[in-house]
Design a protein around this ligand. Structure first.
Ligand SMILES: O=c1ccn([C@H]2C[C@H](O)[C@@H](COP(=O)(O)OP(=O)(O)OP(=O)(O)O)O2)c(=O)[nH]1
Length: 152
């Protein structure tokens, strides 16, 4: 069973009336995020266009956690619509509105209505690094091999 952390959530005025983000199945990893665009004023993404879409939500994550804003595969597979900066990072000390940078890679305009589920948010633990500058790094078999060095 997945572990649960408590996340305080504030719904801004323009999110009133929208359902709370919810896990769609028992073991779903992501909470669906909904577009808090004005009713009757959908946002249209022309092919190749991107926009910052409001969710009307702000959260307080427990220290040591982040929220990742990820695409919904259905929107990607059916419409070519995805999250431009995926995964977007919501820091634990961020108190502003969560926004989703959506891009339309599809061939036709994509219309975002109020309440449309546009992305999903995954809560994850964070490890911060204590950086230690050194003259040389420990040797490995791989060394600097990368970017296809093992073949296709
Ligand atoms: O898809 C995203 C990505 C970020 N944010 C918010 C939460 C995050 O904590 C803050 C800063 O994000 P990030 O660090 O990615 O942006 P930046 O361009 O480095 O801005 P900053 O200088 O404010 O950190 O913006 C979103 O609402 N949606």
């Amino acid at each position: 069973m997945s572990t649960k952390v408590t996340v305080e959530l504030q719904r801004m005025a323009h999110a009133q009336g929208l359902p709370l983000p919810a896990y769609q199945t028992t073991e779903a990893a992501g909470l669906d995020l909904m577009a808090a665009v004005p009713d009757g004023e959908p946002v249209t993404l022309a092919p190749g266009q991107y926009a910052l879409v409001p969710t009307g939500l702000a959260i307080a994550l427990p220290a040591g956690h982040e929220a990742q804003v990820r695409p919904r595969s259905g929107l990607a597979a059916k419409h070519g619509v995805t999250v431009l900066n995926s995964p977007g990072t919501i820091d634990a000390d961020y108190r502003g509105e969560i926004k989703v940078i959506l891009i339309n890679h599809g061939a036709v305009p994509f219309v975002i209505q109020r309440g449309e589920r546009i992305a999903q948010m995954v809560i994850a633990p964070v490890v911060q690094a204590a950086l230690v500058p050194v003259a040389e790094l420990p040797a490995t078999d791989r060394a600097a091999g990368g970017f296809g060095s093992t073949g296709r």
